[in-house]
Ligand binder design. Structure first.
Ligand SMILES: *Cc1c(COP(=O)(O)O)cnc(C)c1O
Length: 348
């Protein structure tokens, strides 16, 4: 039930279904990959320098940062560490406010946690009180996402801190996979000084365009990260990923350029959906969730027929009739909007 299903894509389609960087990685990343030597490929990777560079980029110390094989591996490590050290005290529950990124349930289930999936509010907003109600001594880990995936809506800082305070005996993963696009982060927030149970998840898959190379990071208090480091393999980040991440975090111009593309794409999508009278959520991320209701199958088919992959989110709790569209390079977004207009007008 919680086994992650890879969504299907077809050959040469415009990929607007997985929130990837639709421009690709920085050209400097490609140059760094091409410069990888035979020895680098042959030797076990050393990523201390990459960790230091990422930590500096995120504004924290290297000992507060662990690089992982994508944030997916970080999620699994958090779930594993949370259960490993809490199970004997009877804390075996994973609290997941829905709708949520699939990997939380997949990973929590993999480590034998009991899943406490909180049904969504009708408008898919974050209910602090309902999350608080679900937390007790039996809680081992809480998964929060801001901006949320699939809605793209930010969770208020106060809500996150209130939950983290209530769940002090548990690990609280605050998944910030999309904060590059919202330009908000809890990293460096002074309130975290008294909440060492909070671990922040980041990824270089989305804004930096390294999804194919797999680099994520966990940020937290060194004492909190220690049991997480223990459950991670020593060479999670491979030599190519190391070369890529070092180049990526140093190419600020490319990153800034892409963020502006996403800002503009998101605005174009909001305008188009409003014009087409389609309800959507005010996303702060690089995608927009829209409600097409009973037209959603036609929209999926119509876009697929025009070579555009978007993500059917109908099967997520509370998301019947919803489709998630990646906001990437402006030209890609414009192509999607033109196709969407055709499909919806034809359906009228
Ligand atoms: C994409 C995504 C991740 C995973 O990122 P990877 O680094 O590619 O493993 C984690 N959390 C959320 C919410 C995501 O959308």
């Amino acid at each position: 039930m919680s086994h992650y299903q890879r969504p299907s894509t077809f050959g040469t389609a415009l990929r607007l279904h997985l929130n990837e960087n639709t421009a690709g990685c920085s050209p400097r990343v490609l140059a760094a990959l091409q410069a990888v030597t035979r020895e680098q490929a042959a030797f076990y990777p050393d990523y201390d320098r990459a960790t230091a560079l990422c930590a500096a980029r995120l504004g924290v110390a290297a000992e507060e940062t662990v690089l992982t094989n994508g944030l997916d591996e970080g999620i699994l490590a958090v779930a594993t560490a949370a259960l490993r050290t809490r199970r004997e005290k009877g804390a075996t529950e994973a609290v997941i406010p829905e709708p949520a990124f699939d990997m939380y349930a997949t990973c929590a289930d993999a480590v034998g946690a009991r899943l406490v999936q909180i049904a969504p509010e009708p408008d898919l907003s974050f209910s602090t009180s309902r999350v608080l109600e679900a937390i007790g001594p039996q809680t081992a880990v809480v998964f929060l996402t801001t901006p949320n995936n699939p809605t793209g809506v930010l969770v208020a800082r106060e809500s996150i801190l209130t939950v983290a305070e209530r769940a002090q005996h548990a690990l609280v993963l605050v998944d910030e996979a999309y904060v590059d696009f919202s330009r908000t982060t809890l990293i460096g927030d002074r309130a975290l000084a008294t909440l060492p149970n909070v671990v922040i998840g980041r990824t270089f898959a989305k804004a930096y365009g390294l999804a194919g190379l797999r680099v994520g990071a966990l940020v937290g208090d060194p004492s909190t990260l220690e049991p997480i480091r223990r459950v991670l393999p020593p060479y999670s980040v491979n030599a190519y990923a190391v070369a890529a991440i070092e180049a990526a975090v140093q190419d600020r111009d490319y990153y800034d350029w892409y963020l502006v593309q996403v800002d503009e794409s998101r605005r174009l999508l909001f305008d188009a959906l409003e014009r087409l009278d389609v309800k959507f959520w005010p996303s702060a991320a690089n995608f927009v969730l829209a409600y097409f209701g009973d037209r959603s199958a036609d929209v999926l088919d119509g876009l697929a027929g025009r070579g555009i992959s978007v993500r059917d989110r109908s099967h997520d709790p509370g998301c019947t009739g919803c489709i998630r569209i990646t906001a990437g390079v402006v030209a890609h977004t414009s192509a999607c909007i033109a196709a969407l207009e055709e499909v919806l007008c034809a359906a009228r």
